[in-house]
Design a protein around this ligand. Structure first.
Ligand SMILES: [Zn+2]
Ligand SMILES: [Zn+2]
Length: 368
């Protein structure tokens, strides 16, 4: 057992506190990672602000971490002490129906209760109480203990502060384009939401050589980020109706619409902006109980498709190193996504900046 600092949400809608907690040594099949960097993610904000009702407290946030393996438990052979790793919030058993059919993000051997490791434990305590972990990895801390399938070994000559983002936003956004939708070159694409995930959808679309890349948001500073990452057109949805603008720009609608926000209106607009046989890919997660309404009448005739994309349909052991190589070759800009860095002690400030729309991506960097 070690004592370490972690950023804790004691109760939803309360400031994040940084305090000392206890972390158990890795059990069989687990590894302990000393965290170097951890991205500030919107899903963590949803957990902190109470919009996702099924998140228990007290909880350590952070689902986008990278670091150096400090200790390995019995039976771990795929990674060793000193290796650099990007953390995956989707541990996978390698043996269940979804793992063997190439969809490990749906692994059936996860905990059925949220915010715990696959065996139901959390390995963390705070003031004698069970401390939950957001997204398996609980990376807003100095160390974390995770199943070895959540610690993906990468080459050690890339900056962990940068490649940490591959663990959530890059994988989710770029993966939605390359893995889930498999957008072909020249396709027309529209994207709702130019936050940390949406900007990665934009660069994924640029990487796939999409034709028109139209980005919809309500903040001009975010639309400006989007242009930097490859958007060919931007629409401020506070000023213009995105559906009629997209229809006017593309005549028949877009072939792919990605929704990188949890706003249900955005999902409805994306659906209405599709061309016949177009695909709407929903990445954002609306709040608990929220419903999406689409007209039933046109579904058959238009042959449109609505589908979800979870973690960019990641196969993390293949995709994380692949994203690292795309970064190294300059095809993925991850450094440019990071517009603010924070210390662990500034975790609360980091989430306030995210809620205020000030971040493309913020990263908490542990002083090591
Ligand atoms: Zn995330
Ligand atoms: Zn599995």
């Amino acid at each position: 057992m070690i004592r370490m600092k972690a950023a804790i949400v004691a109760q939803v809608r309360q400031p994040i506190v940084v305090d000392e907690v206890e972390l158990d040594d890795p059990h069989e099949g687990e590894v302990q990672v000393r965290l170097v960097a951890s991205g500030v993610c919107h899903s963590c904000l949803h957990a902190a602000d109470g919009s996702w009702a099924d998140i228990p407290t007290p909880i350590v946030l952070g689902d986008e971490g990278a670091g150096i393996v400090a200790k390995v438990g019995r039976g771990v052979t795929d990674i060793k002490e000193g290796d650099h790793a990007i953390l995956s919030w989707a541990p996978s058993c390698g043996l269940c129906h979804y793992c063997v059919t190439g969809r490990p993000v749906h692994c059936e051997r996860r905990s059925t209760q949220p915010a715990r490791l696959p065996d139901g434990g959390t390995r963390m305590r705070w003031r004698g109480e069970t401390l939950y972990r957001f997204g398996t990895v609980a990376s807003h801390s100095e160390y974390t203990t995770v199943p070895s399938s959540s610690a993906i070994k990468i080459r050690d000559d890339v900056p962990l502060t940068t490649v940490a983002l591959i663990g959530c936003s890059v994988m989710t956004g770029v993966g939605a384009v390359l893995n889930t939708a498999q957008v072909p070159a020249g396709a027309t694409v529209a994207i709702w939401g130019a936050g940390g995930i949406g900007l990665n959808v934009v660069q994924g679309a640029a990487l796939a050589a999409a034709g028109e890349i139209i980005v919809v948001d309500v903040l001009d500073n975010k639309l400006e980020f989007a242009r930097k990452f490859g958007a060919t057109r931007t629409i401020n949805a506070r000023e213009l109706d995105p559906v009629s603008e997209i229809r006017a720009l593309t005549r028949r609608g877009v072939e792919y619409a990605f929704v990188a926000t949890g706003n249900v209106n955005a999902i409805e607009q994306a659906w209405q902006s599709l061309a016949n046989a177009g695909t709407c890919v929903v990445i954002g997660m609306p709040g608990t109980g929220e419903m999406v309404q689409i007209p039933g009448r046109g579904i058959a005739g238009s042959e449109r498709v609505m589908r979800g994309s979870f973690y960019g349909s990641a196969r993390t052991r293949v995709d994380f190193p692949r994203m690292v190589e795309l970064y190294r070759s300059g095809k993925l800009d991850i450094d440019g996504l990071i517009n603010r860095k924070f210390t662990l002690d500034q975790a609360d400030e980091a989430y306030r900046a995210l809620a205020a729309g000030e971040l493309a991506r913020g990263v908490i960097v542990n002083d090591v």
